[in-house]
Unconditional design. Structure first.
Length: 79
């Protein structure tokens, strides 16, 4: 059982590592666009279906609330 757990986790890490490396340029562009949107006082609209809808709500809440750092809320809406 322990080997199976470790194998599943290792595979998950490898997929994430490969995904980040293959999409780093796209991630940088997306990050820049998000920063520009918020800097120009626009809203970020976040959406998902099923479990991803719950993820969208969570991410929007992270933008709007101040958990670890004192900062103004960022404009985000989960659709």
């Amino acid at each position: 059982m322990e080997n199976r757990i470790l194998s599943i986790l290792a595979e998950s890490l490898a997929v994430k590592d490969r995904s980040v490396k293959e999409n780093l340029d796209k991630l940088k562009i997306g990050t820049q666009r998000l920063a520009e949107c918020l800097a120009s006082e626009r809203k970020v609209l976040i959406f998902g279906n099923g479990g991803s809808a719950a993820d969208a709500q969570h991410i929007a809440a992270e933008f709007v609330t101040r958990f670890a750092n004192e900062r103004p809320p960022l404009a985000a809406i989960a659709l």
